[in-house]
Design a protein around this ligand. Structure first.
Ligand SMILES: C[S@@+](CC[C@H](N)C(=O)[O-])C[C@H]1O[C@@H](n2cnc3c(N)ncnc32)[C@H](O)[C@@H]1O
Length: 369
């Protein structure tokens, strides 16, 4: 019995032969199943088999086309990686994270609240960003040293870092996928008419603006963000694509170590309550080595990785040789050479670094000196 009806013996033989030839394909299974219902008398076989055979062959042809097409598309995308990126439909936004940040949105500007460590992190990260950027410009305006710069602050939250960068003279675009964060950020900057002109906030993720803003920014900043994204590689790839060649990417984040699990999650969230429970997921933390390899595979040269330590009792951060908890990284997008020659690098002045994605570690070390 098959499909509730008995097969005629010749019908079974034909099915057996066909079945052995196509056993491995799903289409064959469907073919055999649908034929079986016509197996009660010979007449129905004669009438039904030919048209069905034709249509099933057509179905199999489509099936193989469906399998081959993505392979061709993939081959094409290796030839034009930019196109692939621009049409990315992958999101880096984790809906669980959005809920967490939404619930805390009213706390952004409370210096003693949940975001107190981010307020005080400005003592380290603002000079880190400013001084590294100033190495790349010959002259700067006193009081507004970053005035010639266009900066993208990805995952800007309530604008704790965006605003000071605007005060240093930069034109800053702050983006965040949580609309409540952007409302708070817009409201806060509206108190300062100068910032109001220099800062633009948008509710979006970096992958949503990658096409529109390709090679636009002198610097991209993702501070305390990468540990909250999904699809980290896509996130980094998009950050790199919106940087001008020679532009700087700054990341601060949490290392993936046993110590970071014990301190950032068990102690800070579950025991002491310095940070709300569920703010961090250890699986999303990333080591400097992994981050460096993603950055380099996207054509960036990592110039600095520096450890940062937070004292929850004093509320202050300081730089440290130890990067097993928090760290800051600075990487530079290599200059694209139109006609790559035997020399991969051109050194211009003391601070300008140019290279391409195939930067060798040894040469890079030389350049860093
Ligand atoms: C810990 S906060 C850091 C805020 C800000 N960068 C600062 O340091 O003050 C993380 C921010 O990243 C945002 N975020 C989460 N996932 C993101 C993603 N995939 N793309 C961009 N921002 C994201 C959150 O909404 C949140 O505002």
């Amino acid at each position: 019995m098959w499909g509730g009806r008995k097969l005629s013996s010749s019908g079974s033989r034909v099915l057996g032969m066909l079945g052995s030839g196509f056993r491995s394909t799903q289409a064959a299974g469907r073919l055999l199943a649908s034929w079986a219902v016509y197996s009660e008398n010979q007449l129905s076989w004669t009438l039904q088999i030919k048209p069905r055979l034709f249509s099933e062959y057509r179905a199999m042809w489509f099936e193989s086309y469906r399998m081959i097409f993505p392979c061709l598309t993939r081959i094409k995308s290796y030839r034009s990686p930019w196109k692939k990126l621009y049409s990315t439909s992958q999101t880096t936004v984790d809906s669980k994270e959005v809920k967490t940040f939404l619930a805390l949105a009213h706390k952004w500007w409370d210096e003693y609240g949940a975001y107190a460590p981010l307020h005080s992190m400005n003592d380290l990260r603002i000079p880190f960003i400013r001084d590294n950027l100033l190495k790349t410009v010959a002259n700067h305006q006193p009081g507004k040293p970053l005035s010639a710069m266009k900066i993208l602050d990805v995952g800007c939250g309530g604008g704790l870092l965006t605003e000071p960068l605007g005060r240093l003279g930069a034109s800053v675009m702050g983006i965040d996928p949580v609309d409540e964060n952007i409302k708070i950020a817009r409201h806060h900057k509206s108190f300062d008419p100068v910032l109001d002109k220099r800062i633009e906030y948008r509710v979006c993720s970096v992958e949503e603006i990658v096409e529109e803003t390709a090679e636009t920014f002198d610097a991209v900043i993702a501070s305390e963000v990468v540990e909250h994204v999904i699809e980290l590689e896509t996130f980094i790839q998009c950050c790199c694509q919106v940087l001008k060649p020679g532009g700087s990417l700054f990341i601060t984040t949490i290392n993936k170590t046993q110590l970071s699990y014990a301190l950032a999650i068990v102690f800070s969230e579950q025991i002491a309550g310095f940070v709300p429970k569920g703010t961090h997921m250890w699986e999303k933390f990333v080591s400097p080595e992994k981050l460096e390899s993603i950055l380099e595979s996207n054509g960036l040269s990592v110039l600095t990785v520096a450890g940062m330590l937070y004292n929850p009792f004093s509320g202050y951060w300081h730089w440290s040789e130890n990067n097993s908890l928090n760290y800051a990284a600075h990487a530079v997008r290599c200059m694209v050479q139109e006609h790559p020659g035997p020399a991969e690098f051109v050194l211009m002045g003391e601070t300008e670094l140019h290279g391409n994605a195939s930067t060798s570690a040894g040469v890079r070390e030389e350049l860093k000196k």
